[in-house]
Design a binder for this molecule. Sequence first.
Ligand SMILES: [Zn+2]
Length: 131
Amino acid sequence: MAQRRNIKRDKKLREKKIQEIKKKLIQQRESLLAEAEEALNSLPGQTIFPDLGDQASAEAERSFMLRLRGREQRLLKKIEDAIDRIDNGVFGICDKCGEEIDIRRLEARPVTTMCIECKTQQEEEERLMEM
Ligand SMILES: [Zn+2]
């Protein structure tokens, strides 16, 4: 019984930490978008967000996303996927083996989708393929 209570408490703690990670991810997404927007708006002679009203804002957002640089886009996608996984309750589960990913690994690298064992294995396989 004592052990079962501990598992429950660990799960609660993990859940709490995941919510903290979510907050961080949202912040990261916002600062990334703000940074990108600033960079784009500093381009000379361009109006990135013409005031076209609400109807056009979705369209404006789409074109804004297209203008984001590849690296930022990929990172943003990863962040959004991670937030989605949190919302769907599947965050922190390894894509490959289905085991829970260590919470410390998730805190250090929230966008990861693999546990350290699978990631190491994958990197090894990639290295072998490059050889
Ligand atoms: Zn794994």
